[in-house]
Ligand binder design. Sequence first.
Ligand code: ASN
Ligand code: ZN
Length: 328
Amino acid sequence: DEMKTQNGVGIGVHGDQRKLHISQVKEPKSGTQFALADYAHEDLKGIFTYDSKNDTDTRNDTLYMGNSASFKSDYDRAAVDAHYNSEKVYEYFLNEHGRNSLDDEGMEITSYVHYGNNYNNAFWNGRWMTYGDGDGEFFISLSAALDVTAHEMTHGIISHTANLVYRDQPGALNESFADVFGAIIDEKDWEIGEDIMAPAAIAEGNWRLRSLSDPNSVVVTNPQRAAYGSGVYPAHMDEYYHMPRNVDNGGVHVNSSIPNHAAYLIGQEIGREKLGQIYYRALTVYLTPYSEFSDARQAIVQSAIDIYGEGSAEEAAVHAGFDAVGIY
Ligand code: ASN
Ligand code: ZN
């Protein structure tokens, strides 16, 4: 039967109090329960958070449930953040771009938390997001970061739009657009993952996963580290890593830093909002599965012209940003 959305509360991984959209579920055995299921958004099937229960087998996973509308236990924290952050990202794409969910047709937004044991990653699998808890050494719960959620959900949007193939330059663009929207939506800074790093990573100087502002300041991290030696992320085409396909799909998480840095430079000139408008148009109108870096420059220039006009300051900022990283 129809589940009604109501307000709940929770505490996130970093101790933030969060208001949540949750649902009452009446079960014959256990009585009234509360689920992280949000039906509050018109024309959206819902926002759902599931519990993976610390294994990798999704068959026994269930909607994340509680006995009251208050989700405040330690175990709740990762679920609270996944639920809250995915609603924020949904609202950004709706309000800024008129996009109704990942497919623009109101598809459900689903997250699984507590995936595996000490799992140090988060990913979009083509249909939903999955978050590990981290091992507490390198990462804490990966849903704690709005930029990580925005990154994963942008992969979902990309798979319904440009559908950039996940290898070599198109793959690096796929990664870059995910990072750029991560940084735009998590307005704080131009870093990715600063809210999920744990002590051992911070002790090594990696207090964030990647940096759009200064890619060279971050050492390539796990799981790709070994292949890059002691290398840092590249900020210019002169530093492009020519990696075999079996290493990070040709270096998609590493070479992405080159277009990332261009986006940062453009963002310094025109601000996050216009950057988002231009990049969204490029992604949804011009880019195609085999687009390379130079195609992205063209697409982004054309989008700036479409929105702000030929000869605009915005167009000039795009040219300058891509010139600076050696993408022509
Ligand atoms: N967090 C990574 C990403 O979103 C996971 C992966 O390597 N597929 O790209
Ligand atoms: Zn990614």
